[in-house]
Design a protein. Sequence first.
Length: 181
Amino acid sequence: MANQIIENTKDRMEKAGMALQAQLGKIRAGVANPSILRDVKVLYYGAETPLNQVASVSVPEARVLLITPFDKTALKEIEQAIFASDLGLTPSNDGSVIRLVIPALTEETRKDLAKEVKAEAEKAKVAVRNVRRDALDQAKKEELSEDELRKLEKDIQGLTDDGVKNIDSIAASKEDELLTI
């Protein structure tokens, strides 16, 4: 039973790190990254459809995203969806593809985005600590000897420390990416 608690805890803490990476992928760092379009939904034949299901997104240059629709009739809807999103980017439509030019970030904007990264990292750390709390509660409900319980608590704390280190490294790499000109 202790092994199951450890495996479940490890899995949930890894998911917290993956969720942080997904969240940080949405923060644009002055370079073209297709993941900033992950949440854009296009009204395609009356249904809200994710952008990546109606078009391919490529990065031909460091600060340009090229969106090529699978169906040319969806070009106008894709453009409207990008305008409606809160990305703050203006699409350029040439009749067959849409280009999104990612503007260079100012020093002030970079620092604000770095603060946002720290806030997201802190939320992920809270999630890891909540997983630890749940695992410890579950361990205390099990019928274990005091020695087994202490060892399990120590293992759970080790996983928590590893999870927090992972989150710190993910956040530090994103901050470096943001603050590098």
